[in-house]
Structures are given as structure tokens and as C-alpha cells.
Design a protein around this ligand. Sequence first.
Ligand code: PLP
Ligand code: COI
Length: 366
Amino acid sequence: MASLADPATRFTHVAHLAPTPVAERDAVLANPGFGARFTDHMVVIEYSEEHGWHGATVQPYGPIALDPASSVLHYAQEIFEGLKAYRHPDGSMALFRPTANAARFNASARRLAMPELPEDLFIAAINALVLADRDWFPTVEGGSLYLRPFMIATEAFLGVRPAKAYKFIVIASPAGNYFKSGASAVSIWVSDYTRAAPGGTGAAKCGGNYAASLVPTAEAFAKGHDQVLFLDAAEHKWIEELGGMNLFFAFADGSLLTPPLTGTILAGITRDSLIRLARDEGLTVREEPYSLDQWRADAASGQLVEAFACGTAAVVTPVGQVAGRDGSFEIGGGGPGQLTGKLKARLTAIQRGEAPDPHQWVHQIG
Ligand code: PLP
Ligand code: COI
């Protein structure tokens, strides 16, 4: 089997015989929402112990056949990533920090006992898909093409050990706003459940983490909130992260704080980018533990002026309300704050090619 050492030239393209009609696609692109519609193609790459990564294909989007004994269906050996492609004002297409996603994907792979994928192959697969589906960029303000690379264990075997065969797949979905409510700030519910314990898989982007977050998330929705907040597993005191986003806190003295990467939360690429952009602006950013009690007290005293969630899907979203078993409190006036707005504008201008890219984060496609 051919090696994929030079992946850019080795994708087999399978033609789509019935792509989405233009009028239907245009309607989706004008109002994409999040994660509900998918483009016409997907990339699939196979892995076996014997051949390594092989058989890279850009093919029509559609169902995949799996043996019912595939390990992923029983023991959840699955990891994924999330990143976005943007259409720049000059018509070019670009990814934001794809090498960081490739590195995190491999860190997740190591934790889930899965084979690593060469970083250049990860990026080449995404490039190939965006090029095939270049007509799928949303036309709506703030829109982008959300890419979802993932890997599943496909070996048909029920013994509990790492599988010997895998599929790496990339799908794409036109994306607008993650939060349906369209509210200027979101409301979060502090869960009594915990998401990740020391030594667990909290820092890996594996599907199992999200499966375990669904009951707490459903509870948050049922109580009228937009997202769930998890505290640490040991003391149930320290703020960790939301179901699918990291958190930042902004204080009256102009400084920022975000919980540290201790192994139980995801090392968000948006989080890392915002830390750098804030420091570029001369702001102090502390990566320190912050307790829910302190948050409540600081919000009441006026020490804390803003809080926001951040992630690829959510971008930067102000948190206006926090509620939990011990009551609720508001942050600022319950709406978006100034620093949140400034950092969001700084980040998105770089992502969208509307401002210089001082950290070489933007990766042109094509
Ligand atoms: N935390 C969790 C649990 C997530 O699922 C995500 C989303 O990917 C993030 C944080 C933010 O990470 P990133 O900024 O890399 O998208
Ligand atoms: C992302 O922001 O890319 C995520 O993965 C969060 C969520 C949609 C799972």
C-alpha cells in the first residue's frame, strides 16, 4: 500500500453524482445555525497495523458501513477536533491555527490508545475537503465552515484492548451562531455532576466526555439555561469549564483570569489565543484556580465586571447569569462587557483576514 508521506498529492477523488441543488444550498448558507447541515463531501483515511495510514479519499458525504462489533460502538474509542475555515475579504480561504488542532488531536489519540496521525496529513485532509466544498461558506454575517475531524476504532473485536484498525474522517458543516437564543449574554447552570477527575480524560477531546455531559446539559436546558458549568471533582469548589467552552473572568482592575490547565479541562485553542492577544494589549492574564464562591462574592462587590465563554463553536460569548443549587447571580448588567467585546473583535478580525496576523495563526488554503 502506498505510503502517505506526501499526502497533498495522494487523495483519491470520488465524484459526487448528485450534489445538493444550488437553491437548497443557498438557503442553508443564508441561515446555517450550528451543526445541522453538512457539505457534499467528506475525507476518509484508513489505518491498519499492517499498512499504517492509507487509502485517503475525498468522497461524497454519506453513511459509513461499520461492523457491529467495531470497538468504537462498545468501548467508545473515539476522538474529535473542531476548527473553522473562513472566507477572507480577498476571496481566499483560511484555517485558524490548524497545527494546534493537529497537535491536540494527537494528544487525544495518545490518551485513548489510538494511532497518531501525521500533522501534515491532518491538515492536508482538511484542505482537501475545504477545496472540494469551497461553495459551502455561509453568506450570513459571522459565518464560517466548521470542520469536524474525528477518528473511530473499527476493528471487529470485543476484547477490551486498543483496536488495530481505525478510520479518520473529516466532515464539514456551514456554521452561524452556536447559541440559538441569540441573546447578548448566556446563562449558565452550575452542575452537581462532575465532568473530569484527575487522571481521567478531561484534557482529551474524546466523545465519552461529551456523552457524560449530556444529562447535566439536559438539566441546564430544562432549567432554562444555555450551558452547563462544571466544578472540580475533588472539592466541587473550583471552576473548571463549560460543557464545550473555556471560561474567562475580567476584573475591575483590567486583569483577566482563566482556570489553569491541570489535566482535567480542555486546552482550548481559543483560550490560548485570547491569552496571547490580551497580553499583547498589555493586560495581565492569570491562569489560576477560581472558586464559585469567590466568583459570586466578586460579582456582588463589583470586583468582577465581566465573564465570557470561549471556544471554536461559541467564539467569545458573554456570560450574564450564573445559577446553581445555592441560588443565582448576575454579572455586570447581565449583558456583554467592553473587554469581552474588544477581545472578540481582535480575535475575529485576525481569523477573518481583516487585521494583520502577528502570530502567524492564519493558514491559507489552496
Ligand atoms: N472546552 C471544551 C470541553 C470544548 O469542547 C471546547 C471546544 O472545542 C473548548 C473547551 C474550547 O476549545 P477550542 O477553543 O480549541 O475550540
Ligand atoms: C468546538 O467548539 O469545536 C466544540 O467542539 C464544542 C462543542 C460543539 C462540542
